[in-house]
Design a protein around this ligand. Structure first.
Ligand code: MG
Length: 293
């Protein structure tokens, strides 16, 4: 678990590390992040259901996931298209939900540091989410340019404003497709891709990134994700994803240099418990099975 505390403003000076004359050009990376519960605390679908006064959202999503009718993470899009209780939803509801989403701390600092703050490294920051694009763009307005947010795209009926169809759904394998498109557009090699996510909607894309020598970070102990991700980091602060990035991608071994880096940006790493957890369950086995070996 990582916790940060702000430091006095004096310490922030000189924090930026732009390229200096004679230095080699910065290495270009793509850092793609999930949104729900990775940059925020709650699922967009829960926030929307709260706004609409629909208490059964969780049960509906659980039912859909158990049936595997849609890609993991695509349940909200399915409900918006097919569930009568969600038929009333218009673009402006989704934008309002975005304004209500509680974001993790220090997203502006994360964006700033990724752009120019790490010596020799530049990261294009993109958000790839199964949440409706309107929700994520509205939640991150002023923090992440809208063109860097790739969420579920709906088509609306021109007369009524009703959601008519889904044009793109970046959940499950849909995230792989979006990431590949971004990689081609930004002309970044697969080993320079970092993907950050929290849930089972991120399984395909993490396997894809790992297979091609990219780097993956889980921000939850989700049983499907944690064993796949190269690193897992738990924190209520969005900047925490920089810890594995600085250690393993930039290559700063040891905690001292990482701590000094955050201090130069006005933040102290207050708590940092490094642990690798082997979770083991052992139970009694019927004697007959043992004797039969
Ligand atoms: Mg998520």
């Amino acid at each position: 678990m990582l916790r940060f505390t702000p430091m006095p403003a004096d310490d922030v000076s000189g924090a930026e590390h732009g390229p200096k004359a004679g230095e080699p050009p910065a290495k270009q990376y793509l850092l793609a992040s999930d949104f729900d519960q990775t940059l925020s605390f709650n699922d967009s679908g829960e926030a929307l259901s709260e706004l609409l006064g629909r208490p059964d959202f969780r049960a509906k999503v659980d039912g859909l996931s158990a049936a595997h009718l849609v890609q993991q993470g695509g349940e909200l899009a399915y409900l918006l298209l097919h569930d009568p209780e969600y038929r009333c939803v218009r673009r402006e509801h989704l934008e309002e939900v975005g304004r209500r989403i509680r974001l993790k701390a220090n997203i502006p600092a994360l964006v700033r540091i990724l752009d120019a703050g790490i010596p020799g490294h530049r990261f294009a920051f993109h958000v790839v989410s199964a949440a409706p694009e309107e929700v994520v763009r509205s939640a991150l307005a002023g923090l992440v340019p809208p063109e860097n947010v790739h969420g579920t795209k709906f088509e609306y009926a021109p007369t009524t404003g009703e959601i008519r169809s889904v044009a793109r759904l970046p959940a499950g394998y849909g995230k792989v497709v979006v990431l590949d498109g971004l990689q081609r557009r930004l002309q970044i090699t697969p080993d320079r891709i970092v993907y950050v996510g929290d849930g089972s909607s991120d399984v395909h894309v993490m396997l894809h990134v790992n297979r091609r020598d990219g780097f993956t970070v889980a921000v939850s102990e989700n049983e499907h994700i944690a064993p796949i991700a190269r690193r897992t980091v738990l924190s209520d602060n969005a900047l925490s994803v920089l810890v594995p990035v600085l250690e393993d991608v930039v290559g700063w071994g040891g905690t001292a240099r990482v701590r000094a880096f955050f201090e130069a940006h006005g933040l102290a790493v207050q708590a940092w418990d490094k642990k690798q957890v082997d979770q083991v369950t052992i139970r009694e086995s019927p004697v007959a099975d043992v004797a039969g070996r």
